[in-house]
Design a protein around this ligand. Structure first.
Ligand SMILES: [Fe+2]
Length: 262
């Protein structure tokens, strides 16, 4: 992919987003949030791609994957007024459908079209499926890291905002109490990802987001976690309990270990 091609896709994306803009302040805030999220994921993606020393054509392809990874969010919000897939629609599958139905990738080589569609479709699966290899696997792993890195930004912003400032569709409707579930802490100790259906409180979700660290694929992502103080900032929003502190230390040691490997 060359610069001109990527610029054309960016133009399409920005025109497409504009069709969802609205006078309703609450809806507009939710739409803007996803547009900004996309741009940040593009930046994270380019940083990861460059750190892997991919050539410029592949860095642009990586950016195109990031640009479209959440393209389904806009129609999802318009139809269902939520970003929660389990009560609406799988936004990744919807995104692939949007790209295909609008023939957005018509000027992109077929091999790259397939790669983009596949990465968009799979970017939100619980675990990377077996049987993928080569670029299909590489670009999927990259976008999953780039996405998580920005969801941490969005969530940390949300937790520290007042009710009035918050984008309404970010919330998960989980009780914001002092409670947390021992099962979630146990998953964390086993370096296992946590299913959304297992969450009982907002603290559980924060612990789920800490567990994402174990799902990161690239050292450059790990470095960004450290530079952005992700672990410390999530930890500061969790209850002051010994078992939480131990879990946070476990995650922090894991990050340090991964960085030592390089
Ligand atoms: Fe997504």
């Amino acid at each position: 992919m060359d610069r001109q091609e990527l610029d054309n896709l960016k133009q399409w994306f920005s025109d497409y987003c504009r069709t969802f803009h609205t006078q309703n302040a609450e809806d507009q805030q939710n739409i803007t949030l996803k547009e900004e999220h996309t741009l940040h994921v593009c930046d994270n993606m380019a940083a990861i791609a460059r750190d892997l020393s991919l050539d410029e054509g592949r860095v642009m392809l990586a950016e195109a994957v990031a640009l479209f990874h959440d393209v389904g969010r806009f129609l999802q919000y318009k139809k269902y007024h939520t970003f929660r897939d389990h009560i609406s629609v799988n936004h990744a599958a919807l995104g692939a459908k949007v790209l295909l139905e609008n023939n957005v990738l018509r000027s992109v080589p077929k091999r790259e079209q397939d790669l983009i569609i596949r990465a968009v479709t799979l970017h939100n699966v619980f675990a990377v499926p077996e049987g993928l290899d080569g670029d299909a696997l590489l670009f999927l792993k990259m976008v999953r890291d780039a996405d998580k890195l920005d969801i941490w930004r969005v969530s940390l912003e949300y937790y520290t905002q007042s009710e009035a400032e918050r984008a309404s569709a970010v919330g998960l409707d989980l009780p914001d109490t002092d409670g947390y579930s021992p099962e979630i802490l146990e998953s964390l100790r086993c370096r296992e990802m946590v299913q959304m259906s297992a969450l009982r409180t907002l603290n559980d979700f924060k612990l789920l987001q800490l567990a994402w660290i174990f799902d990161l694929n690239f050292v450059s992502s790990m470095r960004m976690v450290v530079a952005r103080r992700i672990v410390e900032r999530i930890a500061s929003l969790l209850p002051d309990a010994v078992e939480i502190k131990n879990a946070v230390d476990f995650v922090r040691d894991y990050v340090a270990g991964r960085l030592r490997e390089t």
